[in-house]
Write a protein that binds this ligand. Sequence first.
Ligand code: C5P
Length: 291
Amino acid sequence: MVEVKETAWGKINIALNIQGSRMDGYHDVQTVMTSVDLADHLSFSLREDGKIQLEMDNSFLPRDGRNYILQAATLLQETYGIVQGANISLYKKIPVSAGMGGGSSDAAATLRGLNRLWQINAPLEELARIGADIGSDVVYCLYSSTAYAEGIGNELTFLPKMPHCYLLLAKPAVSISTPKVFQALSLESLPICEVQKVREGIEMGDYAEICHYAGNDLEPVTTQLCPELLRIRKTLEKVGADAVFMSGTGPTMVGLFKKEQKAQRAMNALRGFCKEIYLTRPVHQRRNEDE
Ligand code: C5P
């Protein structure tokens, strides 16, 4: 039996500015994203009856049309008139509702995986057009390559890979609703970080510049909903993280470290009160299938 495997990398916003709200209910953003080696794993095998069957090791995810994997599979099937179906298995590692684009990355991995399984062989750029209809981070996750993004977050400019560093991720035991965070945002108080400087920092390979300007306009909003973020921030600062910021709409907090030993110390300091902690490295996956 033919089986195709895909890795769905987690995404981290190193800097996120909210530019304003739009008529379609979304917000225009400017953000710099990278991927990390905390990933979900998906496998795909062929079904001749045309059905899409999803098996997951996570009971928190929806099993209906709200599931991004099912949306991606159905949309791909419809777009290319595919008569075959697929059995899909998901092994979940990326925390759910964490601001790490886990659902979007699973959708992106599904587009890549089924593109191979069904021998559609569409280029990533074509899959990106389908991905854009599913969620704003899906296009980025198709590439999982360090990038600057505008629009609702899916107009990408690729950047060089992040300089050598460790990203310590700390997720409090709450799930945050993405629309709720955007709704609670007051546009008057913005911006609180400088995305363009972070972009330049990555372009120049200047780690200090990246650390100095990293941040997230949404962090104060999510901190209001989840005050525990403040304790995580203070602990990471006290231990000497080079930068501390929230990813996406949170609640995952990130400590950036050049030195692994320091990141390990921060892990120990967080352990007493934060259950989900991950020591990760940046991943710079692909810009193109051929690269
Ligand atoms: O990315 P996704 O499409 O899953 O976004 C979920 C929700 O987050 C949207 O329905 C919208 O309320 C909010 N959002 C936003 N602006 C963005 C991205 C998401 O307002 N750029």
